[in-house]
Design a protein around this ligand. Structure first.
Ligand code: ADP
Ligand code: MG
Length: 310
């Protein structure tokens, strides 16, 4: 750690505090995440499946893990530095984002998700705080760490991961899939338009209540599997009809609304994959943004866009 000058704290998350720092030798600005949990052996660190997967993930829209350091039983992750997260951006920006801004960000995030999902990983904790922005560029962060470290009780103010949690996870499904990330993206896109969370549940039961009050109570037709899941834990869905999504996200275009409701399908099997999303009419406009300098990386990863049409 002596190789870095620690500048200032930029984030305090569930599992670690994040600091802006400068590599003394190269002058490069980095983000260093100091993990709260102690790691008593190096084996324990490098065998974290997520460390391996993160190091392998090489995509212009996934925050790059540059280095892992263990010093005095404390684990540090060194990441490329990003200016801010989407939650901060929503809070600080008075006026709403334009649809083209939202489209550009989402296009990049879905490319990252398509890359991950095709490699058998899924994020499980997508939320505005875990999407990092530098100018027009957006990157998925905090990927995969949650799974390994989930046993440590989460504890910060805004970690309302619940708001982005898919219904099958709320209903304690034993198996779930990358479709949980698709659900989260539906909720995030709606929030980017309205600057307020789509399903701001105050408890797990209230979360389901909030979802029912917008999508309508699930039935045999919309989500037979969900009725079974609910029965298996003795849960009764609150009864509610659906409302028009345009009532809660009034500034979104027809295409955007259509995409949000597809992503937020009760039934995970009815949600689109990231590849399908990238072909949705919402993205059929020539204004997506992947910086040319990042399209071809020295590592050999080529993307224009990487997984569309795969
Ligand atoms: P946790 O697992 O504790 O939630 P995160 O990796 O999500 O930790 O980081 C917490 C916060 O720190 C993020 O929401 C973000 O604001 C900031 N942060 C994380 N990584 C970076 C980075 N690479 N560059 C800049 N800020 C970051
Ligand atoms: Mg986080």
């Amino acid at each position: 750690m002596q190789r870095y000058n620690i500048i200032t704290e930029v984030g305090d998350g569930t599992f670690g505090s994040v600091w802006r720092a400068i590599n003394k030798e190269s002058g490069e600005v980095v983000a260093i995440k100091k993990m709260k949990k102690k790691y008593f052996s190096w084996e324990e660190c490098i065998n974290l499946r997520e460390v391996k997967s993160l190091r392998r993930m090489n995509h212009p829209n996934i925050v790059k893990l540059k280095e892992v350091i263990r010093e005095n039983d404390t684990l540090f992750f060194v990441f490329e530095y990003m200016e801010c997260n989407l939650y901060q951006l929503m809070k600080s920006k008075g006026k709403p984002f334009s649809e083209s801004e939202i489209r550009n960000w989402c296009f990049q995030v879905f490319q990252a998700l398509s890359h991950m999902h095709q490699r058998g990983y899924f994020h499980r904790d997508l939320k505005p705080e875990n999407l990092l922005v530098t100018k027009e560029l957006i990157k998925v962060a905090d990927f995969g760490l949650a799974r390994e470290i989930i046993s440590e009780p989460p504890y910060t103010e805004y970690v309302s991961t619940r708001w982005y949690r898919a219904p099958e996870v709320l209903l304690q499904a034993s198996v779930y899939s990358s479709a949980v990330d698709m659900w989260a993206m539906g909720a995030i896109i709606a929030e980017l338009f309205s600057h307020r969370p789509l399903f701001p549940g105050s408890s797990e039961a209230d979360e389901i209540y909030k979802i029912c009050s917008i999508l309508g109570t699930p039935n045999q037709h919309t989500w037979a599997g969900g009725l079974q899941l609910a029965a298996s834990i003795n849960f009764q869905f609150p009864q509610s009809g659906s409302i028009n999504l345009s009532e809660v996200v009034p500034t979104a275009s027809e295409d955007a609304l259509n995409l949000i409701s597809w992503l937020c399908s009760w039934d995970p099997r009815k949600r689109p994959t990231a590849v399908e999303v990238l072909q949705h009419p919402f993205f059929q406009q020539p204004c997506f943004y992947v910086p040319p300098s990042l399209r071809f990386r020295s590592t050999g990863y080529a993307t224009t866009p990487p997984s569309v049409g795969a």
